[in-house]
Design a protein around this ligand. Structure first.
Ligand code: FAD
Ligand code: FES
Length: 363
């Protein structure tokens, strides 16, 4: 017992000391104006020192992915710091591989600007914009997932790649927060953005989105994400989704068939029970129009007598294993909970897919 009290007191002292140092740094230390050099002079910025790199970039309308809003818990805000970033912090190491640390990658929300700093960001990120829009419509597609459409106002058009996502701004008692949602509308729909949002109990972003009504104003940034569709139509496309991981798949499939009506594409979608199934009829209609499109939904929980289900049963990686033969040139996009992604990745590797041909978003 005495040891526990001693540990508690010691931890409390450390926390108090850290808070004191943070306050002292804010009040006493003035870093003045610092220069942020982006991509060797492409976008030079003069910013107030003392703030994080993420907030300095955000204030200057350079939107880095930041699903956790700068708390250091998503690992999304990686940028290459070439000079002036100081040492890598213990809060960053869980999200950076040794190779990434060697190449200068850092979490922008953890790097404090204390001097001039030189960074490199992918060109894609310089094109991310902030959009103002309004809700064009909402529709319940399952008991806990809503399809929500935004009509874009400023700018009035978005240009995105299949599988990319946006970060929606939601109000919270501690100020605005951003949450990532994949775009479910296809790339040829330039004036609207559609999302599929699953309601997380007490979740800030999903509750806000589920309560939106037609005409309500919304703000989001985007597009983000590293999904890149192979442009060679001979390469088959595999989409595997689970839970609310349908949105990027829908975007990829409709975008793909608008360009290549005969391209081979496979959709595998895993749900828990029949009440979680959505878009099945739409995809079956698409498959009748494009015989090169193959659709498989599988339910993981035993089907009750009241549930009419003549599709597959079991985890979705088993369906992938059953239907795909090995040794075909393919690219795969996976989206859903981490255990599903890991199981499907293993199956795809056994079928001969190379790691660089497998893209995924875990959520
Ligand atoms: C790249 C990317 C794309 C995404 N695309 C989509 C999408 O298309 N549709 C979609 O619905 N979501 C998507 N997400 C997840 C989304 O960003 C939010 O994390 C999710 O909506 C929960 O946010 P919240 O603000 O409602 O909950 P929070 O306020 O962040 O969390 C509330 C509580 O719920 C817990 N929690 C958080 N997330 C989950 C979860 N998924 N399941 C159960 N408990 C949880 C937290 O630990 C916390 O205790 C995506 C995430 C990423 C990273
Ligand atoms: S914004 Fe999430 S880790 Fe930096």
């Amino acid at each position: 017992m005495i040891y526990l009290i001693a540990i508690g007191v010691f931890a409390g002292l450390l926390l108090a000391l850290a808070a004191l140092i943070a306050v002292a740094e804010r009040v006493l230390v003035n870093y003045g104006i610092c220069n942020v050099d982006i991509n060797a002079g492409e976008r030079p910025l003069d910013v107030d020192g003392g703030q994080t790199l993420l907030s300095a970039l955000y204030t200057n309308k350079l939107f880095i992915p930041s699903a956790c809003g700068g708390k250091g818990s998503c690992g999304f805000c990686k940028v290459t710091v070439l000079e002036g970033g100081g040492p890598v912090l213990p809060t960053e190491t869980p999200y950076l591989s040794r190779k990434e640390v060697r190449s200068g990658l850092r979490l922008a929300c953890q790097v404090k600007i204390r001097q001039n700093i030189r960074i490199r960001v992918p060109d894609d990120m310089l094109n991310v914009k902030m959009f103002t829009a309004s809700v064009a419509g909402t529709r319940e597609v399952t008991h806990d997932i809503k399809e929500i459409r935004f009509a874009l106002h400023d700018p009035p058009e978005i240009s995105h790649r299949p599988g990319q996502y946006v970060q929606v701004q939601a109000p919270s008692p501690d100020g605005p927060v951003f949450r990532a949602y994949s775009i479910s509308s296809p790339t040829y729909e330039k004036n609207e953005v559609e999302l599929n949002v699953r309601l997380v109990p007490n979740g800030i972003g999903s509750t806000y989105l589920h309560n939106l009504k037609e005409g309500d104003p919304v703000t989001f940034t985007g597009p983000y994400g590293e999904f890149v569709l192979n442009e060679d139509p001979a390469v088959e496309i595999i989409c595997v989704g689970g839970g609310c991981g349908m949105a990027p798949m829908k975007n990829i499939i409709y975008s793909l068939y608008s360009r290549w009506p005969d391209r081979q594409c496979w959709l595998f979608f895993g749900c828990r029970s029949a009440r979680d199934v959505f878009y099945l009829q739409e995809f079956q209609a698409l498959a009748r129009k494009h015989p090169s499109f193959h659709v498989f939904y599988a339910l993981s929980d035993p089907v009750g007598p009241q549930e009419q289900w003549d599709g597959e049963a079991g985890f979705i990686h088993l369906s992938v294993d059953k239907h795909l033969e090995a040794g075909v040139r393919r690219q795969a996009f996976l989206c859903g909970p981490p255990p599903m992604i890991e199981a499907v990745t293993r199956v795809l590797a056994e079928k001969g897919l190379r790691p660089q041909d497998i893209f995924y978003d875990k959520f």
